[in-house]
Design a protein around this ligand. Sequence first.
Ligand code: FAD
Ligand code: DLZ
Length: 518
Amino acid sequence: MSQPLIVILGDQLTEDLPVLTGAPENAPVALFEVEEEGRYVPHHPQKITFLFSAMRHFAQTLRQRGRQVHYTCLDDNDNTQDLISEAERVATLYGCDEIRVTRPGEWRLLDRIQKRRGNTPAWYMVADDRFFCSQEAFNQWAQGRQRFRMEHFYRWMRRETGLLMDENNNPQGEQWNFDHDNRKPLPRDVDPPEPPQHQPDQVTREVIALVEAHFGEHFGTLEKFNWPVTRRQALNDLNHFVEHALPFFGDYQDAISDQHPFLYHARLSGALNAGLLRPLEVCQAAENAWRDGSVPLNCAEGFIRQILGWREYVRGIYWLNMPDYKQRNDLKADRDLPAFYWTGDTDMRCLRRAIEMTRDHAYAHHIQRLMVTGNFALLCGVRPEALCDWYLAVYIDAYEWVELPNTLGMVLYADGGYLGSKPYCASGKYIDRMSDHCQQCRFDVKKSIGEDACPFNSLYWYFLERHEKQLAGNQRMKLIYGSLNKMSSDKREALREQAIRFLDQLDYEPAYGRGDHL
Ligand code: FAD
Ligand code: DLZ
């Protein structure tokens, strides 16, 4: 009789995964902490702590449910420190002739497993049912379409799931999208809710010590660790968000605060991506709050769109196009990452604060990722690989299936407009409108030239000028290219010189924050 080993990866911590529910009750279940996964990019210590602690708690839950669980700790003597070899070692140890695993979320690992074909014990991959849209369904949707747009996909998903639809299958409120009510700038007296506090228990405290000892050299601090490490804590965070922050989510979705890292955002991406929450229950919680009258429709819809729309869409794009997608660099960006991405040591207040928040919480919200660190890298011409490695390393929620399309596609426009219809490039004016950083910055956001001019301004015009050939034909860029072309050649030259001077004096440090082995 064949006996499978059920392998659960660190981002597969969902009790009713098909790989578990479909396995014989006496099949051993295995989880492995390994160095290799902590180091293929230098993951933030909070991300590693979050996953190891959540894995250890998940193993406890499985044992309480009567499962036989094998758990390899990072510092176990016989740990081979690699997921594939550890699974094969443990399968042999337990006399298992096959290994079953849920399809991994990163191509790198999928490829390695596929290359084990013919191996004994044999590997089998089971579909991941934690998404609204299967890869097959996405591929079918994509087939024959010249251009993809998230909005079309999202409307299809709304119809398919019935989320926020009325009895005639029309969108609630007779609109698909309430963006005109959203995206308000930050009010002066903003007072967002404090996230729930999770006191680290014994398990988490032990993991913190372990991670400090093994990955202490990675960028990021552990002092403010406050992520949910059990499903119960994650549900608590979800309820807290729906009650206290969701009612304002839409309004201040795009605002950036110098002091409040989380504003009215959910902080749920880590828990969602690791499997502690399912996207359906999160969307249903938001819809129910709207039905109860405690959350306005623009907020519930704006939030659901992020999960039902963007999250599913980027995953579909990732699997449809990997591995080639990762090689795209359509704007031929060739700079290394500025060194201050690993330190926060810059006078540009918006960048400093986004990086400090990242260091302290392994978190920055979407607009900081897109319009501050992302926009700056786009304007500088940072290589996709360098920027993608950074985003993959530093955020609590980062896995390639979601990080890569957001960074390479949405931020860097390196896929030539496949994911987004135009580059999200902006000058300092945008950051000034949406945040309270500029008042506290040594640079003057109103100036483009001179020692105290905001670097975003000259970089912005220099970027547009560099990429005129690729971008000027884009309908959505017409207005801005009109302005560039009306500019005197003296002004253009001064802006160009200012930007080049600035770029030349930056330090670039591609390998900072990585372990010696890399
Ligand atoms: P909220 O703003 O409250 O949004 C609610 C949920 O919607 C999130 O939890 C997330 O699950 C989903 N969501 C929102 N926007 C996106 C999006 N663009 N793509 C996918 N899901 C989205 N998200 C990740 O989960 N992992 C990543 O590695 C990641 N990398 C990113 C890199 C860049 C350059 C950019 C611009 C965005 C990235 N995002 C990533 C998307 C987004 O920034 C985060 O999901 C969000 O900031 C998480 O915080 P939150 O839970 O408070 O989200
Ligand atoms: C991110 C991560 C880290 C840091 N460590 C582990 C680990 O030790 N064991 C494990 O099973 N998973 C880990 N992960 C998550 C994996 O990297 C993730 O499962 C793959 O990238 C596929 O998405």
